[in-house]
Design a protein around this ligand. Structure first.
Ligand SMILES: [Zn+2]
Length: 418
């Protein structure tokens, strides 16, 4: 798999150097703990075999877990960070730019036009993945959010990373320590890595601090290797402990670093499926998919959103008459209260969506988080009570009900509603 690197040269160089810095720090710690503390001090000087074995076993255990989770995080963050596929316009634009770079031609105005707003084509590729679901995050015209750089529709919790120049699923942050993007594919492994590194540092810190204290009491002077390992363990231990606490907090709140930005005042706009025939009201406006083609009347009852009327001509609210009409899906555009997190389920379910249900998954960096599966027809990520509260506030039933004579539900093969 190709390595996905940062678009910034400084970051690329930093991420290449960091593994050597970490390897040197681990080398110092290993020499200090294994040779100076366990072998020389505990075994040779004091014959304390039990203490030496306990330290060595703990050291080896957390060393292996740390290295394994680090390797897994690096591999996933660098080769499979959860990029959203580029839209056709961006693919075309990139291929033009590559050709232009080869021929040395100047940038033409035509290529710049691709950076414009959302694709206005009602059949825009990828749009159907949104209106096939019961709810998705939308813009004020009822269409999903659009990335003008990647020319793709942004699924819920997708954010554009300027570091990678691409949109990333459930983006968290770009981590120079692993040299890649931490998103839904790697957040679990990243949390395991920081946790095990904090544990590893705690073992080193405990062993070196104990030895230093004993040596001072015995008047045998400071061992510079043990002291160096203690300082390194204290520094990296504190850093990774704080990262672990932050990551665990995000997991149980079902938040990311990006979600946290302005979280107290953040308002999400949601397109929530409503029974066909629902009309725009003074509480909300509705949009009906598939969007009408330019010059056509809408094929739903009630696509009376000003933006769509402006883009595609007046709608007349006529009732559906053909088989195609019955395949339409109507969505009300609703807003959460400031600070409401639509993806908060419960502490336990939030944990499971990232860490999995099996304790082995919690401990070992093997399987990815369950939340990477976006096949459900309900939403890109499961939504919790906040969505129900939003529905009630807008006068809709708390739970979705059988829409419009059952036609829409029959069209949903994996809908598991009862
Ligand atoms: Zn993007």
């Amino acid at each position: 798999m190709p390595v996905i690197e940062s678009t910034r040269a400084a970051t690329r160089w930093t991420t290449r150097i960091i593994p050597f810095v970490l390897a040197a720090a681990v080398g110092v710690a290993t020499y200090a703990v294994v040779v100076r503390v366990c072998s020389s001090y505990l075994i040779d000087t004091h014959r304390r075999y039990g203490a030496a074995i306990v330290i060595l076993v703990l050291y080896l255990l957390f060393f292996l877990l740390m290295v394994t989770t680090y390797a897994r995080t690096i591999a996933v963050a660098n080769t499979d960070p959860g990029l959203v596929p580029l839209g056709p316009l961006a693919v075309e634009r990139n291929s033009r730019e590559r050709k232009r770079t080869k021929t040395g031609a100047q940038q033409d105005l035509e290529s710049q036009a691709y950076y414009a707003g959302p694709d206005l084509n009602p059949d825009s590729p990828g749009l159907e993945q949104f209106y096939a679901r019961e709810v998705f995050v939308c813009d004020s015209d009822g269409r999903p959010k659009w990335c003008s750089t990647c020319c793709n529709w942004k699924a819920d919790r997708v954010h554009h990373s300027s570091e990678l120049g691409r949109c990333v699923y459930r983006m968290d942050h770009y981590c120079p320590w692993v040299g890649g993007m931490i998103g839904e594919n790697s957040f679990k492994f990243f949390t395991q890595f920081t946790t095990y590194t904090a544990c590893y540092c705690a073992v080193v810190l405990g062993a070196t601090a104990f030895t230093l204290r004993k040596k001072i009491e015995e008047g045998s002077g400071l061992d510079p290797w043990v002291l160096a390992a203690l300082v390194l363990a204290a520094f990296f231990g504190l850093f990774t402990f704080l990262m672990t606490v932050t990551s665990l907090r995000y997991i149980i709140l079902n938040m990311t670093n990006v979600d946290m930005l302005g979280a107290h005042s953040k308002v999400y706009q949601l397109a929530v499926q409503v029974p066909r025939g629902t009309r725009s009201s003074d509480k909300f406006i509705v949009v009906t998919y598939p969007l009408p083609k330019p010059g056509q009347e809408t094929n739903g009852y009630s696509s009376r959103t000003p933006t769509l009327e402006g883009a595609y001509g007046k709608t007349n609210g006529s009732r559906p008459t053909t088989r195609d009409d019955l395949a339409t899906r109507t969505f009300a555009i609703l807003k959460t209260e400031p600070g409401e997190n639509p993806w908060h389920l419960s502490t336990w379910k939030n944990w499971q969506t990232i860490m999995g249900s099996n304790p082995l998954d919690w401990l070992l960096p093997i399987r990815k988080s369950p939340c990477v599966n976006h096949e459900t027809q309900e939403s890109f990520y499961p939504m919790g009570n906040a969505l129900k509260d939003v529905r009630v506030r807008y006068g809709l039933p708390r739970d979705p009900v059988d829409h419009s004579n059952g036609f829409e539900l029959k069209d949903l093969p994996s809908s598991n509603r009862t």
